[in-house]
Ligand binder design. Structure first.
Ligand code: HAM
Length: 420
């Protein structure tokens, strides 16, 4: 072992498990690619103000969890805690919204950083695949995103997840609700910190996990009862479109998300096999975010699904992903001359699209066959001195154990036809 370990709250992705992560990312991306979302990549860090303004000054993410630092040049940066603010910043910077085709639909995949208290399913470095549809106010767009996430999870074989749906209202009705909620909260027996939070962001108090707080929230006013007519109609249409697609959801009038930019539609995907870190994904509409970061009015909606938690959810359900075999053919040379000849064959096989590996390091037959077994290869190619003289190579079927001599010039075609 080296002197160093992965930093607290992080872990390494190693084979063979790492293949699951690739497969999950791919499964989430596939329905997006098929629905007009283009791939975007943004830097791993941004101006810290982007997140402070975008995600919200009073959120846990900004006040406690950001990896913020000053560069040698004096810039105040932060490792990205989430993707939405960066993606919108990038779209605005490149004027994608002016190209005439709204909404701008983008998807991304990458690492995010939050200085959280680590536990199973909650890490300081984690991975998301996300989607953002920028510049359109259309309930069908909200519905599309919910349906695509559902499709992604189902394509992986996940079943025990639930979709929670709520509307957080807009700049017309939310302030009225906010006041009503504040009045209610001021009347409760809450500690100083929570009372302060009630003044800055009362909705967040609804999300307080402590039982002493939850116990008092029973009679809290619900945003549902304060939605303006436009928000009500919008929400109703999202619900109808999602239902018409056969996607089941639960109305959750208490769902508030941990980021401040949400308006109207908000949703979360929760998995019941994950204990306290049950949210495998979440998102919603953020109609005011563009203006908050200095852009024009661009109503938008999006989500991000957590790759780490999706993998944990698959494990909790006992779902085995069908992962493609990494190596089909494993080549075992016996001697120097055989090494040169067989290495050239392996290169040729690879050029022809056959996944092939080689017994490196001058192993003897026994150790090399062990390596062939471990590789999971369907076939082994063994080449000894006598085979070279006869112009053949031994082709061993690793499942049946059957071995046949095949002409050196025929072996590539033979393997291609056997592997289909
Ligand atoms: P979020 O709910 O903060 O939303 O994160 C989305 C998902 O990322 C979570 O549901 C969870 O699966 C995963 N996640 C978050 N924090 C951690 C962590 N510390 N460890 C492991 N997994 C984690 C957002 O990030 C928004 N940007 C989503 C969005 C996109 N809204 C609109 N567009």
């Amino acid at each position: 072992m080296s002197t160093f370990k992965a930093p607290k709250g992080t872990y390494d992705l190693l084979p063979p498990d790492s293949a699951k992560f690739l497969a999950v990312r791919e499964a989430i991306a596939a329905p997006l690619r098929g629905s007009g979302y283009g791939y975007i990549e943004t830097p791993g860090f941004e101006n810290v103000e982007l997140f402070a303004r975008g995600v919200g000054e009073s959120t846990d993410i900004v006040t406690k969890e950001m990896y913020a630092f000053e560069t040698k040049g004096g810039d105040r940066l932060a490792l990205r805690p989430e993707g939405t603010a960066s993606v919108l910043r990038a779209a605005l910077e490149a004027n994608l919204h002016k190209a005439g085709n709204l909404p701008v639909k983008l998807w991304y995949s990458g690492s995010y950083y939050r200085y959280e208290r680590p536990q199973k399913g909650r890490y300081r470095h984690f991975s998301q695949v996300g989607a953002e549809a920028i510049g359109a106010e259309d309930p069908a767009l909200d519905a599309e995103l919910i349906i695509l996430a559902d499709q992604a999870y189902r394509s992986l074989g996940l079943r025990n997840f639930r979709i929670l749906l709520n509307s957080l209202g807009d700049k017309e009705c939310r302030p009225v609700y906010r006041e009503a909620l504040q009045t209610f909260l001021r009347g409760l027996d809450l500690d100083e910190d929570t009372l302060r939070r009630a003044e800055i962001n009362p909705l967040r108090v609804l999300d307080d996990k402590r039982e002493s707080v939850q116990k008092q929230l029973g009679g809290a006013p619900l945003l549902r009862d304060y939605l303006c007519d436009a928000c009500k109609a919008y929400h109703e249409e999202v619900r109808e479109l999602v239902t018409a697609a056969g996607v089941v959801f639960e109305d959750d009038p208490k769902l508030v998300r941990g980021l401040d930019y949400y308006t109207r539609t908000t949703f979360e995907f929760v998995h019941d096999g994950l204990g306290s870190q049950s949210a495998v994904g979440g998102g919603g509409r953020y109609d005011g975010l563009s203006e908050m970061i200095g852009g024009p009015a661009l109503p938008s909606v999006g989500w991000a699904l957590g790759v780490d938690r999706t993998v944990l959810a698959l494990e909790a359900e006992g779902v085995e992903l069908e992962l493609p075999a990494t190596t089909s053919v494993f080549a075992v040379p016996l001697g120097d001359e055989a090494r040169r000849v067989l290495f050239a064959k392996v290169t040729e096989l690879r050029k022809n699209g056959v996944a092939a590996d080689f017994a490196f390091g001058g192993k003897g037959l026994k150790a090399a066959m062990k390596a062939a077994n471990r590789s999971g290869a369907r076939y082994a190619l063994v080449l000894g001195e006598r085979d070279i003289e006869q112009g053949v190579v031994q082709l061993k079927d690793m499942e049946s154990g059957e071995q046949t001599a095949v002409g050196m010039n025929e072996i590539v075609a033979e393997l291609e036809s056997r592997l289909g």
